[in-house]
Design a protein around this ligand. Structure first.
Ligand code: NAD
Length: 337
């Protein structure tokens, strides 16, 4: 209620459609009377030499101080000699796990009605270590790094998540039959952690087979944990199972209890500034942030208002086959609250 002291949280509206959907979150949170005091940070127009990116040191410090935040999409400028904004955040804030729940939204019909999956992606290494070079002309090399430290950390997070969220099974996704050393080490770490959780069913699934099983019958899975690249791909596949990128939230987990929630999608330059974006993914990311803060009552209220608005079908954005603008859809959610 409005009588409680507001909790400070960092908000990065981000690029492209980011400011439009961030505005939607602010309006919905106000309508739900959520006691959050947003500490807003925009992506700078100049590179900060202290971070070698368009994110300032002050912006990073804001997340370190508040320990919680919500992030809009940030465009990655290609080949300009400074770090990607998302990579900067992940490295500087040590955001080691990306949690992406993927569930069927009642009232929005897709091929499946009963998807309820959690993908947990290792977020700091693997093929995303940025170690690529040309060996000789016509031959390039990319180095995949897997460490015991990062693999144990994400495996431990996945099993703890399963236990605390009443989940029954964890599947480790891999290609250890080919990448014996790297994926082999990742699996070995998952095996070790699994032994500490006898109450949670544990299985290992090869990534190609996992893709086939996911599209044939997504209910075969519960919690999936995997190295960085596989997580990137599989989580988009899962988004496709429930209606696309406009709907799927995520939360980045860092050391010292940092949680930075963000939509799975990017800055959607094709529809930016046109009042067409679906704010649902960022709104549901905001709901994840509220749950992290144990503001469960308001999280549930906002969640139901979103679900009910979509289910009614009167106000839907274009990606869900409707004709509503971002602001009309947002207003409909606020009216539900
Ligand atoms: P994208 O997710 O921005 O867009 C893919 C397609 O989905 C587009 O057609 C877009 O219009 C649509 N879409 C995405 N979000 C939507 C929404 N909320 N409502 C309605 N339609 C939506 O992917 P992209 O085009 O490959 O990337 C654009 C930029 O975003 C790039 O610079 C990329 O690096 C960046 N990006 C950032 C993040 C992040 O900040 N986490 C994630 C992915 C991509």
């Amino acid at each position: 209620s409005s009588s409680t002291t507001p909790i400070k949280a960092t908000l990065f509206p981000g690029d492209g459609i980011g400011p439009e959907i961030a505005e939607s979150v602010k309006q919905v949170f106000t309508a739900a009377d959520v006691a959050i005091d947003w500490d807003e940070h925009y992506v700078s127009t100049e590179v900060d030499p202290r971070t070698n990116s368009f994110l300032t040191r002050e912006s990073l410090q804001s997340v370190l101080d508040n320990k919680v935040g919500l992030k809009g999409p940030m465009a990655t400028p290609i080949g300009k000699g400074h770090r990607s904004l998302n990579l900067t955040l992940r490295k500087e804030l040590n955001l080691y796990a990306n949690v992406r729940p993927c569930y069927s939204l009642p009232g929005y019909k897709t091929r499946y009605d009963d998807v309820d999956l959690i993908t947990i992606r290792e977020n700091t290494e693997g093929e995303y270590s940025g170690l690529e070079h040309q060996v000789v002309k016509g031959v390039v090399e990319s180095i995949k790094i897997i460490t015991r430290k990062a693999s144990m950390r994400v495996a431990e997070y996945a099993f703890l998540y399963a236990k605390t969220h009443g989940r029954k099974k964890v599947s480790a996704i891999h290609k250890a039959n080919i990448m014996r050393k790297t994926d082999g080490l990742f699996l070995q770490c998952c095996d070790e952690v699994a032994e500490k959780y006898p109450e949670i069913e544990y299985e290992k699934v090869v990534i190609d087979n996992c893709c086939m099983m996911l599209v044939k019958n997504p209910t075969l899975f519960d919690v999936l944990v995997m190295p960085n690249l596989y997580g990137d791909i599989i989580s988009d596949l899962c988004a496709g199972l429930v209606g696309g990128l406009g709907l799927t939230p995520s939360c980045n987990i860092g050391e010292d209890g940092i949680a930075l929630a963000e939509a799975v999608h990017g800055s959607a330059p094709d529809i930016a500034g046109k009042n067409l974006a679906n704010p649902t993914a960022l709104l549901l990311s905001g709901v994840m942030m509220l749950r992290h803060l144990k503001l469960n009552k308001q999280a549930e209220q906002i969640h139901s208002a979103i679900i009910n608005t979509i289910a009614e079908g009167k106000y839907r954005t274009a990606d869900l086959g409707g004709t509503s603008t971002t602001t009309e859809f947002t207003k409909a959610i606020c009216d539900h609250l």
